[in-house]
Design a protein around this ligand. Structure first.
Ligand SMILES: [Zn+2]
Length: 296
């Protein structure tokens, strides 16, 4: 139709987004204002680390720590003809991040917290040595500053490019989180779509409180692998947040619009009211890999 051709010319790229579930078209600005939740069907679109920071923490309150830690190519890994260092450089250029986890200190309704968020756009949010190490650094920061630790997870699991070194991060991150727990620290995770593999099997699910976004895919192995292994048909939606909540693996499903209110109430109930909220920004440079007692 002539008018459609005309309209198409008027619409710059990236101005509209289509809902993956109900196919409703959304004006990008309105979708962003709705925290990327579909007004028609409630589908929660994926978010970048920057969008999580902007929608969860108080404005301009976040200071990133350990932003410059980069992965090394210990295994000289090549995937589909592309060497790992080249792949890393591409992902860094695409996301503006050195690796798939951003962490630091910010404020949530005035309360200072250690905040971590996985960058799914960076190699599928995969967990390599840098991600594992930054979970450890964040846990140590929470311990040292006596702050609660909130981590938003979304990941395809362990990073194949780093082989067994990736898998070792599960134990390393959990050891640091166990020390935080033993000292009485509070650790809360929010599982976003998708949270899978070694991330689900380690730091995503060992939290004091495990929250999830509606309909998030959360699991360890994929359904096909499980069906072939146990030779049984799997129940419908068995790896969705709602199914996991019914079976006791998720404490609460929190729609994005209610997240900050819910977190504020949870922190208030568990830690008491906010006292003497600090002002000014912290310096993120002081925390280095060398200072960590459980370095990789
Ligand atoms: Zn929709």
């Amino acid at each position: 139709m002539a008018w459609m051709r005309f309209r198409k010319k008027e619409m710059p790229e990236g101005l509209w987004s289509k809902c993956d579930v109900c196919e409703e078209m959304h004006f990008q600005k309105e979708l962003d204002e709705a925290k990327k939740v579909c007004k028609k069907c409630g589908h929660h679109f994926r978010m970048s680390a920057a969008e999580r920071i902007a929608t969860i923490l108080d404005p301009d309150s976040f200071t990133e720590f350990a932003a410059d830690i980069e992965a090394i190519d210990a295994l000289k890994f090549v995937s589909k003809g592309v060497a790992y260092p080249k792949k890393l450089a591409e992902e860094q250029k695409k996301t503006g991040r050195k690796d798939a986890l951003v962490m630091g200190i910010g404020r949530l309704r005035g309360r200072e917290i250690v905040f971590g968020v996985m960058e799914f756009e960076f190699l599928g949010g995969s967990m390599g040595v840098v991600v594992g190490h930054k979970v450890l650094l964040a846990a140590e920061l929470a311990l040292e500053r006596k702050l609660p630790f909130l981590l938003v997870c979304s990941s395809g699991g362990a990073r194949m490019h780093e082989g067994a070194l990736s898998l070792m991060q599960m134990a390393k991150a959990c050891a640091a989180l166990a020390r935080l727990a033993a000292a009485g620290g509070l650790y809360v995770t929010l599982l976003a779509d998708p949270t899978t593999g070694g991330v689900t099997a380690s730091y995503a699910t060992v939290a004091d409180l495990v929250l999830a976004e509606p309909r998030a895919l959360i699991g360890f192995a994929g359904p096909r692998v499980i069906e072939q292994t146990i030779k049984q048909k799997l129940p419908k939606d068995f790896q969705r947040a709602e199914f996991l909540q019914q079976h006791g693996q998720i404490d609460r499903i929190v729609p994005r619009a209610e997240l900050v209110d819910t977190l504020e109430r949870l922190f208030g109930a568990l830690l008491g009211p906010v006292v003497g909220a600090s002002t000014g920004r912290l310096t993120g440079e002081s925390l280095t890999t060398e200072q960590s007692p459980i370095a990789s």
